[in-house]
Design a protein around this ligand. Sequence first.
Ligand SMILES: Cc1ncc(COP(=O)(O)O)c(C=O)c1O
Length: 443
Amino acid sequence: MNAHEPLSLPDLESWWMPFTANRQFKDAPMLLERAEGMYYVTHDGRWILDGIAGLWCCNAGHCHPHIVAAIRDQCGRLDYATAFNMGHRGAFDLASRLTGLAPPGLDYAFFVNSGSEAVDTALKIALAWHRARGDSTRTRFIGRERGYHGVGIGGISVGGMAGNRRAFAGALLPNVDHLPHTHDIERNAFSRGQPAHGLERAEALEALVTLHGAENIAAVIVEPVAGGGGVLPPPVGYLERLRELCDRHGILLIFDEVITAFGRTGHALAAETFGVRPDLVTLAKGLTAGAVPMGAVLVDRRIYQDCMAGVSRGIEFNHGYTWSGHPLAAAAALAALDVYEREDLFARARELAPVLEEKVHALRGLPHVTDIRNFGLLAAIELAPRANEPGARAMDVFRHCFAAGCLVRPAGENIVLTPPLVINAAQLEELADTIGRALVEVA
Ligand SMILES: Cc1ncc(COP(=O)(O)O)c(C=O)c1O
């Protein structure tokens, strides 16, 4: 890719930007014009090493020629096909391939357009399943503090990000409880991989069952590794314990794998990495390597079959989106799966994970650093907050890194790294070194 002349800025006023301090951004805009492989190019012609796979999604790197060609070709052949009482081969092929990647038993896929839609869909499938089996009192959901499950009303209700919930507190779903988060900085600071302490926090589920009665609880939803909440790998034994408790009490276990799937933890799904099989899995992001919006819910065979049997004729599940299984998205996803397989990117993530671990833990001892966590190709460097300015220090580090040519992500008091799986060791070092310099420079 050739460097190009700086481009003039567009009129910035009318776009109300998501999850952005709009006024600050518009005062000092950062525009991305092009991308290739591990790099973005900004409107002013600067190359930026992408340390966060766009937004935890471009796992194959940017503008991969195979994915680009597949989308172009699909767009010229079949631009749109409704999925309501019709279909097209791409979505069927994708469902077969996706379920083939999942642990046995997760044999069905429901397509949506984002992680948020995947979460709301999974919650609705859980309700529909219990109802189909005559368990219609099972309507209560259990999420977790610091969980991020997107921005639908269902997702923020089960989610545990206080800032995302507060403004909507009066309109959240009733009948939702939260398990405690698993961040235990006193006992686990600077753990490498899964922290040793915290298994007992899963026992809160037993207490909720005692409080409400298992017959009223539909599902537990957690991210196998909490991402948006600051990269919190599960304590050793924690996910296994949740699985045991859900089985004991007839509660469905939903893994929100919107960020952990497609190689992020070294396998197709984190469920495989941890050896714990959920009943429903939400997917998005890496499903199309970020190229076209798409999400999915993987569904256990018995859930699908009970839902089919629960309705005598006609539509079995009154749910779906105009763009469910969109042909362009299906083509992009099939091509992304080709790339993951041909380039053996999940194995590459497993090989690079120890390199990322070394590089980020080498930042221990630098100013402001209170904790460092990593799992697979996910890492977070936690910083001491500035008095009365939550998140400001991490935001400053993000800006310093961007000015120095690296894209990292501020998440609360954390600097997060989730690079494309095509990154190499030298680029991981460049990201860590750039963060290290920024930590020394910021107040
Ligand atoms: C675990 C998890 N679930 C759901 C979502 C929401 O996905 P989307 O932004 O595509 O709606 C995200 C987004 O980061 C996520 O990390």
